[in-house]
Write a protein that binds this ligand. Structure first.
Ligand code: ZN
Length: 329
């Protein structure tokens, strides 16, 4: 169990619209992350599963961590949204949003939650160009029209070039739950220290890891590392979409060398302890070896699942294998 979760407090838990999610949350997710149920959800968890799909309540889960005047709100989507996290950094007078969800209903939940904070959205920052992190920006930019969308130099070009095809293929799976238009970042975020609404960020640019181009951010005063898709939960498979295994491990070594950053927010699943850097390294190294020994996607996928039988989201391995073997080797 990642001990880094202990500082996070459950703010609210959905009165879930589907009984299966309720059972999953009550039986698996909540004990696992050591969260405390809100009164309403606690009552629901003891009741027979509801089939009322129109029941009010949030489908995702939100964790809040407070560091003096700064709060980090982490919205975690249900599994069909790839467990994508949206981080909301609440400073004294404004909110900075990182990443926008895959599915529009979950982005809508993020927007509604941010509105309850009663502070304007200063800006939205996209961590990398994978669609599961930007599809829902469509909703966030509609709900917060004054918030500009930032990303590292190069991310906007990737979203613009690859976005339409990605949305086309996702529409076949998710229908109108994914974006109908590509939201391209308009502003460039630079590396290094920046102070936004009284919060210090140290933005870092990484290439050739889980994605071609990935933002990470250190919050030196809070000692939080926002690693996005550089680090994965020790309980879930990682995405291995491209053959960047060696360089990804080098980056993980550099993150491991950072002193004092015990809490890591990640792109998928709840925040983790720094030991997740080690488990991600182990996973990536094993995936590299399996990739080297596997002639096709099916072999890679089956071998990786067999190597880590206890990890959640085996379907992510199938997706990874498909893309990894579609690229020229
Ligand atoms: Zn991701």
């Amino acid at each position: 169990m990642p001990s880094g979760n202990s500082g996070f407090q459950r703010l609210s838990q959905a009165a879930l619209s589907r009984s299966r999610f309720l059972r999953l949350a009550a039986g698996a997710l909540l004990p696992f992350v050591g969260l405390r149920l809100s009164a309403a959800a606690a009552q629901n968890s003891g009741a027979p599963p509801t089939k009322d799909a129109s029941a009010p309540g949030r489908m995702g889960a939100i964790l809040v961590s407070q560091f003096g005047p700064v709060k980090i709100h982490s919205y975690l989507s249900p599994a069909d949204g790839f467990h994508v996290n949206t981080q909301m950094i609440e400073g004294p007078t404004a909110v900075v949003i990182f990443d926008g969800q895959l599915l529009l209903p979950y982005a809508g939940e993020v927007a509604s939650y941010v509105q309850t904070l009663g502070k304007p959205v200063d800006r939205i920052i996209l961590s990398h160009a994978h669609t599961d992190h930007w599809s829902g920006l469509q909703v966030l930019t509609e709900r917060f029209p004054d918030a500009r969308v930032f990303a590292l130099d190069g991310v906007a070009d990737q979203v613009r070039a690859r976005g339409p095809a990605r949305l086309d293929s996702l529409h076949r799976i998710y229908g109108d739950k994914v974006a109908t238009k590509v939201t391209v970042p308009t502003e460039t975020i630079t590396e290094g220290l920046q102070r936004i609404d009284g919060v210090t960020y140290d933005f870092k640019r990484f290439v050739d890891a889980e994605s071609d181009l990935q933002l990470a951010a250190l919050l030196p005063e809070q000692k939080v590392l926002m690693a996005f898709d550089l680090v994965f939960s020790p309980n879930e498979h990682a995405f291995t979409l491209v053959d960047h295994f060696d360089h990804w491990v080098i980056i993980l070594e550099s993150l491991k060398a950072l002193q004092g950053y015990d809490t890591i927010t990640i792109g998928h699943d709840t925040p983790v302890h720094r030991s997740a850097i080690d488990s991600t390294m182990t996973y990536v190294k094993r995936a590299k070896a399996i990739h080297a020994a596997s002639a096709d996607a099916k072999t890679y996928s089956e071998s990786l699942k067999a190597a880590f039988p206890d990890l959640q989201h085996a379907e992510w391995v199938d997706l990874s294998a498909k893309l990894l073997y579609a690229a020229p080797r």
